[in-house]
Design a protein around this ligand. Structure first.
Ligand code: FAD
Length: 293
């Protein structure tokens, strides 16, 4: 994408040039994309995707960059940030746009007396990222709340019922199809504010042991019948460091950027962890995080 030149038609969109992955990602490393677009409406998203497809510019749709490892140097495409898609509508069920953060969704639910999404408390995600990753905790996942997801697929607005989203543990159909998630209709239940607050507190309390600092959350998926963090801890890897990247002492499935880790440090540490766990347990860990191009 070196020296990307955008024609006049792109002037209608809010942009950021360059887009610095070190500043924008929760892991705090990586290079830059030449430009990021911040479309504000579904119509703008469709127009933008149409332009990019016609002009042959690759793009990555990103939310809060809390589960991604950006690469060093210049990225292969432009970024479409969902951060300006912030609408929540309660008129015909609950429709939440992709860029709504978990915090904004939960505070709207609290006000309206709606329950069901409390498990998202403290997950630093947008709804779009959560729908893509099937985010959740303690056996509760966002896929279970989905009635339908609205996407741009092959340039067209498409509404997918939950059955078409292929939700499973840390999996969704969006990982295979290059869909742009615009938002979702969620099934939430009416509840009084006090009971919503009790649930929020219970989920928030469970997160107190999680490491602070720059990370991507859990790096690896739990293998069948095992817990990735326990395997990593059992292999004696807590505290292992490569450059500025460290396997957290608090939670072995977290890699923390402690003082200037580069993407290469983190990738090297991931490789060491995978090899050590395989050598000790004959288990191949798979990354939950997504590598950005
Ligand atoms: C401290 C910490 C704690 C965490 N705890 C949890 C936890 O308890 N449970 C859990 O499940 N996760 C957890 N995570 C991981 C992460 O927050 C989730 O995976 C979250 O859903 C990612 O959302 P995001 O908006 O940051 O997505 P991003 O990281 O921006 O993107 C993730 C992937 O989704 C794609 N994507 C994002 N938005 C869209 C869209 N609108 N359309 C198409 N594709 C899109 C991106 O291309 C990328 O491949 C944690 C992370 C951190 C840093």
């Amino acid at each position: 994408m070196n020296g990307i030149r955008l024609s006049e038609k792109y002037a209608a969109f809010t942009t950021e040039k360059p887009f610095d992955f070190t500043k924008r990602s929760t892991i705090g490393c990586g290079g830059f994309a030449p430009v990021a677009f911040y479309p504000k409406t579904a119509e703008e998203c469709i127009t933008l995707v149409g332009y990019l497809r016609t002009d042959g510019f690759p793009y990555q749709v990103l939310g809060n960059l809390s589960n991604v490892l950006p690469k060093s140097g210049e990225s292969d495409g432009v970024v479409i940030s969902t951060k300006s898609l912030k609408g929540i509508s309660f008129s015909n069920g609950v429709f939440v746009e992709a860029g709504v953060t978990s915090g904004a969704l939960l505070s709207a639910c609290k006000k309206r007396g709606l329950s069901g999404a409390e498990f998202l408390v403290g997950i630093p995600c947008t709804v779009g990222g959560a729908l893509y990753m099937n985010a959740g905790v303690a056996g509760a996942y966002i896929g279970e709340l989905v009635e339908s997801v609205t996407v741009i697929r092959e340039g067209e607005l498409t509404v997918l019922p939950r059955s078409a989203c292929e939700y499973a543990y840390k999996h969704s159909a969006f990982m295979q199809n290059n869909d742009f998630i615009l938002g979702a209709k969620l099934a939430l239940e009416e509840a009084d504010e006090a009971s919503v607050l009790v649930k929020l507190k219970a989920y928030a309390d469970r997160r107190k042991h999680l490491p602070k600092g720059k990370s991507m959350g859990c790096v690896f998926k739990n293998p069948p019948n095992a817990v990735a963090g326990r395997l990593i801890e059992g292999a004696g890897l807590k505290g292992l460091r490569i450059g500025g990247a460290v396997v957290s002492e608090m939670h072995a499935n977290f890699i923390v950027n402690d003082k200037g880790a580069t993407s290469e440090h983190i990738q090297a540490l991931i490789a060491v962890v995978k090899n050590a766990v395989f050598a000790q347990y004959n288990v191949r860990l798979e990354e939950e995080i997504r590598y950005l191009e």
